[in-house]
Design a protein around this ligand. Sequence first.
Ligand SMILES: Nc1ncnc2c1ncn2[C@@H]1O[C@H](COP(=O)(O)OP(=O)(O)OP(=O)(O)O)[C@@H](O)[C@H]1O
Length: 307
Amino acid sequence: MPVLTRGLTKQFRRQTAVKAVDLAVPAGAVYGFLGPNGSGKTTTIRMLLGLVRPTAGSIEMLGLPMPERAGETLRRIGALVEGPAFHPYLSGRANLARLDAADGHSDARTSAHRIDAALDRVGLLAAATKRYRAYSLGMRQRLAIANALLMPRDLLILDEPTNGLDPQGTREVRHLVGDLAADGATVLVSSHLLAEVEQMCSHVGVMFEGELVSQGSMADLAAGTTKTVRVDTDRTADAARVLAELGLTEVTSTPTRVSAVLGPVEAAKIVPELVHADVPVLGFSVQSPSLEDVFVSLTGEGFDVSG
Ligand SMILES: Nc1ncnc2c1ncn2[C@@H]1O[C@H](COP(=O)(O)OP(=O)(O)OP(=O)(O)O)[C@@H](O)[C@H]1O
């Protein structure tokens, strides 16, 4: 597990910002750390990176205890936390050269090569000599990610990398995250946008009021919740009877559609039974709840989907 925490807790003076969080980020995952603003994501990430001292709990990063082994682990971790300070009048390449030179672990002899490789990785090589101030927001964020990629990394931690970006910049960064994962890095990426996590991530951890209320693969999360079945037909009363006889629950009808909760019933049995009962099936679907449905069922609250 590239990231593993036990009972991770942070108490500020009046408030427990992070409450006994057990994070488990498996190798190769794009783990979406999802939660509304103020739910404790940034504080958790800052504890992982040793920027904030936990009140309680333990952290393992890349299999080693933190902060005891920070010297070994941090050089294998690329992080984007609160954008590094870029100089507006220097080019993208010159900015990376400054930051690389400031990194005590970097090798000056390989610097030029590593910088161009990182710029290439984020698609900024052609704009390498442009001044930072002339970069779009998406380019600025990609430069910040390039900075995290100056050294080979096993784990990338990106705190809200699409925050403040326009739709084009957002797309650029989402693609980049997918590419980085395809290259074999494990990525922990925080977001307050449900749709973004749904599109970009293989795994999700849901934070709410300082607690990790759920985590797992996207598939597990959907499987653990209630699937619903819809049948479009002009004989809804008969269809409803068949579904109830099969053992589906919460059967409801409109004039043209019957919906019900699937439960343990095998979905493949439904259409043959309907046909057998002479119910014309004009449409049939089995629906897994969206991440939004899951969030609402976990927290009892709606999620501001638009962000
Ligand atoms: N240094 C601090 N001192 C006191 N309270 C803090 C401090 N840092 C964070 N908090 C509080 O802890 C809670 C969690 O904040 P945190 O920034 O971790 O949330 P978040 O999920 O990352 O939200 P955002 O997306 O807005 O950054 C908030 O209520 C915040 O006000």
